[in-house]
Ligand binder design. Structure first.
Ligand SMILES: NC(=O)c1ccc[n+]([C@@H]2O[C@H](COP(=O)([O-])OP(=O)(O)OC[C@H]3O[C@@H](n4cnc5c(N)ncnc54)[C@H](OP(=O)(O)O)[C@@H]3O)[C@@H](O)[C@H]2O)c1
Length: 327
């Protein structure tokens, strides 16, 4: 038996959180494990999502306690800080009672101080390890196993996890730091670039329409002059009026969480981040209309509203090519 296989047979993987992105990540990881005749255990708050996953093979844990008992590697993909804190409160308590060691791989987008707090709490039980490894890429990118991972935490544990990260991603950025807050900072900065690009596009496309400039020509310009995946996908999505609902996308609600964290990080570090304030206000206006489940590119409607242009109200299927950018 070669070393790699031996290592994998020791690993018993558990996954908590089968939302828009977690579901695809867990599916890809499971596909890889299944190719080695290994299984994984999943748990989701809404049992319907675990049942859907079970259909493809993974075991469903009866409870979080059951999952902890069966796993020595646990991935988490959860909506927000409150969910992560709530689940880790249980995980850390349970980890204090088991006699095997566990590597926790937290992949959600959370505020850095929470990662530090959880890592410190878990360090009371030194047999366990906490890694903060957020991801970039929307659900279709996750489905295609082309996410970008960012790693922070214990180097040896990260090395051991790399094989698994690879099954879900196209690249891994190693921050090479024990400070797990750093990956959260990195993730928020990356998402700031995405959110800022979206704001620019929403404003520019709105101006183009008001100034009666042919939209296809504007898109062609973006395509040839700024052909980055974020520019291409969001310009096409906004121009097509493809204000998607959350399925396949990144919701206004989650976007507000991330932009709120960016603003907090700016405040805590003394940085000036005026673009984040604009994006926040524009997303908040959409949420206030009860449309927090729409894709966050629908912030263009705030600009359209202020510019007295008709709002994009109907969900239309997005016919454009899906890029590989991410949040
Ligand atoms: N979607 C993206 O494009 C994207 C990209 C990169 C990173 N992210 C980050 O990845 C994380 C997950 O995103 P997502 O789009 O998958 O979100 P999502 O579709 O809203 O799924 C959230 C997951 O968290 C679970 N959850 C929420 N509150 C919970 C609680 N109190 N206790 C237990 N479970 C709870 C949900 O369980 P239920 O099914 O029971 O509701 C679900 O499994 C977020 O931090 C997000 O910022 C998302």
């Amino acid at each position: 038996m070669n070393n790699l296989l031996h290592l994998k047979q020791q690993d018993r993987i558990g996954w908590i959180g089968l939302g828009e992105i977690g579901y695809h990540m867990a599916s890809n990881l499971h596909r890889y494990l299944a190719s080695l005749h290994l299984n994984m255990t999943v748990w989701n708050r809404d049992p319907a999502k675990s049942a859907k996953m079970h259909h493809h093979g993974p075991r469903v844990a009866k409870s979080i306690e059951d999952l902890v008992a069966q796993s020595n590697i646990i991935f988490t993909s959860l909506a927000n800080d409150a969910a992560v804190e709530e689940i880790y409160l249980q995980l850390i308590e349970l980890a204090s009672q088991v006699d095997h060691s566990i590597i926790f791989v937290e992949t959600s987008t959370i505020y850095p101080a929470l990662a530090t707090k959880l890592s410190k709490q878990l360090s009371a039980y030194p047999q366990h390890t906490y890694l903060q490894c957020p991801v970039f890429g929307r659900p279709p990118v996750a489905k295609a196993a082309k996410l970008i991972w960012v790693t922070s935490g214990d180097e040896k544990a990260i090395k051991r996890m790399c094989l698994y990260f690879t099954t879900m991603s196209k690249s891994i950025i190693h921050l090479k730091t024990l400070d797990v807050a750093k990956a959260c900072n990195f993730k928020l900065i990356g998402n700031f670039f995405v959110a800022g690009t979206m704001e620019l596009l929403a404003e520019g496309l709105t101006l183009a329409e008001k100034a009666d400039v042919d939209q296809e020509s504007v898109l062609k310009f973006i395509e040839t002059f700024m052909p980055g995946p974020v520019w291409l996908e969001y310009s096409r999505k906004m121009a097509d009026g493809a204000v998607l609902d959350k399925e396949d996308g990144f919701s206004v609600d989650l976007g507000l969480k991330d932009v709120g964290h960016m603003r907090q990080l700016a405040q805590d570090t003394g940085a000036s981040l005026p673009t984040a304030d604009l994006v926040y206000d524009h997303l908040k206006a959409i949420q206030d209309k009860g449309l927090g489940g729409q894709d966050w590119s629908s912030l263009i409607n705030s600009l359209r509203d202020a510019s007295k242009l008709p709002l994009i109200v109907e969900k239309q299927s997005y016919a454009g090519e899906k890029g590989e950018k991410g949040e």
